[in-house]
Structure formats: structure tokens, C-alpha cells
Ligand binder design. Structure first.
Ligand code: PLP
Length: 408
């Protein structure tokens, strides 16, 4: 008998399973609204033109080699990634009290950050510190913190289903009630899956409670540039918290805004009270990285660093990001106007009010099942759709199918 006989089969990861089901579906009308990646109006993945250009520069650069990077990553990548998050004139950068860890995607940044917090935050190896995750959230948040050893993972109110908007009061109440020093995972912008962010004024209220109650902000920034098309606007919340004097973590992903999904490019920014604190934190981060991936891969980090350090390439990148953000906006207004002219019961203004890659349609699990089984339109059970899965060619079909799912 195998020594693995007792290993139970784990359930598949929902979003990858959905894509596998989509691939196997032979129906010509099929549409994939599940996957969390950008698609062109032809339904294809997009290599950003600026990325293609920089890749060629890298390929032709004979000074580059494949030596190991430092444990914490490529210095010019780390510094510039953090600068994009915190802003050129960040007081924390000027005061030399930030540190960065190059990571394997945004997930790697979250995982390394979570591991550090379990080891060193609020006591040594304190697995009892409550970790609060928005309800709902990206489903991996919970697992990442569980795997890092945290025992008390909780949810905070976020989505008001009736209102199809932010439950600010519920969120603030949960923060008031949370034990001091609890960790809060906050989506920096373009909340996944709801597409609903607090306004600047609401963020101010959130920051005020968190400061008074000694709650730790761990920002997850996976969609900078995708929410508004502007890097600065999308970083407003993180920068505001820094300006308010918080010590915090910010996990960045360059998967979406650079289209570098499989290169695994991420960065964890640590903002502390002073340089000495940050240096000690980084020394511990080195220990964690060493036993996790030892040192990070270079290609994606080189692409991002080269782009961010050249004014011309940087401008091209911002333009590419805007192209993606604008296509999402167009699909939002096109879908909404189709549902409204079909007279589909319910209100559909949330489709254009929500921001980022996703829309939380409000379709219930039965309607989602109908969409998949009868219409070959694949979306998450939560009703989340990726706006980039829509194209000028499939909009009519998707809108009519949503109408049927809602009215049948
Ligand atoms: N955080 C959120 C909210 C996400 O939606 C994602 C990706 O879907 C990530 C983090 C992780 O991104 P990456 O692929 O860079 O690990």
C-alpha cells in the first residue's frame, strides 16, 4: 500500500476549476467571466507594449546574467515599487523609515508579511492575535493567514447586499469592538470581489478608529491603476494612512497592472516609526525569505524596475494601464445600458459605480448556476464577474443571459 493512502483529496481552487470547465466546454457561445486577468476586446491576454519593449531591452543587455539576486530582491525594484505605492514625496521615504521585500507576486508579499506578523507582532509567535478580513474578500486571504499560523481569523462587515454598497457603519463597529492590536487586511483599491471602495472621507473615519484602537493596517494593493486609471488616485488610502503616522504593511502585486501574472512580481512595503525599527524588521524578513524561496526570480522585477526608472517608459506604462482601465469602464457602461434597455428587474447602477476589474452583479448562486449550465457563461458562485471577460462581441449575449437568469 502507498504511504499516501490516507491523504484526502483537497477540493480544487474555485477560480482555476472554473477556467478548466470553461476550456472543456464545446459550446461556441461560451464566455469566461471568472478568471482574474485582463483580456482584450478579442478575448485574448495582453502583453503590455511597454513590457514587450523592455523585455527586448533586457534580452539585448549583455551586462545582465542569471546570478542569484539578494535575498530581499533587486534593490532598484524594491525601492521603486515602494515609491509607486507611497508616492514620490512620501514623508516615510524621505525619513528613511520604509523597507521593501521583493516577493513572489502579491500572494508572496501577503504570505511573507503574515509569517513575519505571527513571528514578531504583538508578542513572539503570538498566534492568537485576531486577523480581520473583509466579508467578502479574495478567498486566499483567509488561507494565507491560517497557513501562517494565525488561529483567530475573523471577518469584518464590508458589503451591504441590500444596498449593494459599503456597510461603513458595520465596518466601523467591528473596528470599535476588535481587540487592540488586531490586524486588519484592507484592500488598497478596487476591492475584490465587490468593486466597492470607501471614499476618501470614509477612509478618514476608518483611519481614525484604527489609530485610536491600535489596529494594524495590512494593505493589499493588487489593482493599483485599475480602479481609476490613475496610480496616484488608487494609492490614496495607503498614502493617507502613512501621512497619519501609522506603521503598516502594504503588499503590492504587479500581476495585473503590468500583466506579469506568471512572472510572480510583488513587493512588501514596511513602513515603521524610524530607520532602526525598519532595519531590524528587514533582518527578520531575510530569515523568512531564506527558508521560503531563498531569493526571488529576476525577470519580472527587472521589467518593472526598468519601466519605473525611465520617465519615458513610465509614461508609456501609465498609458497602457489607462488603456486597460478604460476598456473596463466601457464594458461597465455597455453592460449596464443593455440591462436597463432590456428592462431587467432590479437596479444596475452598481455596475458602473463599482470599480476595478470586477463587478459584484448581485446574481444569486441559482442564477449563477443557470448562467453556467444553460448559457455557458462562467462566473464565480458569488456572482462576481470579471469585466474584462466582456467584449463588444459577447455583450449582447451576456446581457440577454443575465436578463433570462433574473426573470426565468
Ligand atoms: N490580492 C488580491 C485582492 C487579488 O485579487 C490577487 C490576485 O487575484 C492577489 C492579491 C494576488 O496577486 P498575485 O497573483 O500577484 O499573487
Amino acid at each position: 500500500a502507498s504511504i499516501f493512502t490516507a491523504v484526502p483529496r483537497a477540493p480544487p481552487v474555485a477560480v482555476f476549476k472554473l477556467t478548466a470547465d470553461f476550456r472543456e466546454d464545446g459550446d461556441a457561445r461560451k464566455v469566461n467571466l471568472g478568471v482574474g486577468a485582463y483580456r482584450t476586446d478579442e478575448g485574448q491576454p495582453w502583453v503590455l507594449p511597454v513590457v514587450k519593449k523592455v523585455e527586448q531591452m533586457i534580452a539585448n543587455d549583455n551586462s545582465l546574467n542569471h546570478e542569484y539576486l539578494p535575498i530581499l530582491g533587486l534593490p532598484e525594484f524594491r525601492a521603486n515599487a515602494s515609491r509607486i505605492a507611497l508616492g514620490d514625496d512620501s514623508p516615510a521615504i524621505k525619513e528613511n523609515r520604509i523597507g521593501s521585500v521583493q516577493s513572489l507576486g502579491g500572494t508572496g508579499a501577503l504570505r511573507i508579511g503574515a509569517e513575519f506578523l505571527r513571528r514578531w507582532y504583538n508578542g513572539n509567535n503570538n498566534t492568537a492575535t485576531p486577523v480581520y478580513i473583509s466579508a467578502p474578500s479574495w478567498e486566499n486571504h483567509n488561507s494565507v493567514f491560517v497557513d501562517a499560523g494565525f488561529k483567530d481569523i475573523r471577518t469584518y462587515h464590508y458589503w451591504d447586499a441590500a444596498k449593494r454598497g459599503l456597510d461603513l457603519q458595520g465596518l466601523l463597529d467591528d473596528m470599535e469592538k476588535a481587540p487592540e492590536f488586531s490586524i486588519f487586511i484592507l484592500h488598497a483599491c478596487a476591492h475584490n470581489p465587490t468593486g466597492t471602495d470607501p471614499t476618501p472621507d470614509q477612509w478618514k473615519q476608518i483611519a481614525a478608529v484604527m489609530k485610536r484602537r491600535f489596529l494594524f493596517p495590512f494593505f493589499d494593493s493588487a489593482y493599483q491603476g485599475f480602479a481609476s486609471g490613475s496610480l496616484d488616485k488608487d494609492a490614496w488610502a495607503v498614502r493617507y494612512f502613512v501621512s497619519e503616522g501609522f506603521e503598516l504593511f502594504c503588499a503590492q502585486s504587479f500581476s495585473k497592472n503590468f500583466g506579469l501574472y506568471n512572472e510572480r512580481v510583488g513587493n512588501l512595503t514596511v513602513v515603521g516609526k524610524d530607520a532602526d525599527n525598519v532595519q531590524r524588521v528587514l533582518s527578520q524578513m531575510e530569515k523568512i525569505v531564506r527558508t521560503t524561496w531563498s531569493n526571488p526570480p529576476s525577470q519580472g522585477a527587472r521589467i518593472v524596475a526598468t519601466t519605473l526608472t525611465s520617465p519615458q517608459l513610465f509614461a508609456e506604462w501609465k498609458d497602457n494601464v489607462k488603456t486597460m482601465a478604460d476598456r473596463v469602464l466601457l464594458m461597465r457602461s455597455e453592460l449596464r445600458s443593455r440591462l436597463e434597455s432590456l428592462g431587467t428587474p432590479g437596479t444596475w447602477n452598481h455596475i458602473t459605480e463599482q470599480i476595478g476589474m470586477f463587478s459584484f452583479t448581485g446574481l444569486n448562486p441559482k442564477q449563477v448556476e443557470y448562467m453556467i449550465k444553460e448559457k455557458h457563461i462562467y462566473l464565480m458562485a458569488s456572482g462576481r464577474i470579471n469585466m474584462c471577460g466582456l467584449t463588444t462581441k459577447n455583450l449582447d449575449y451576456v446581457a440577454k443571459s443575465i436578463h433570462e437568469a433574473v426573470t426565468k
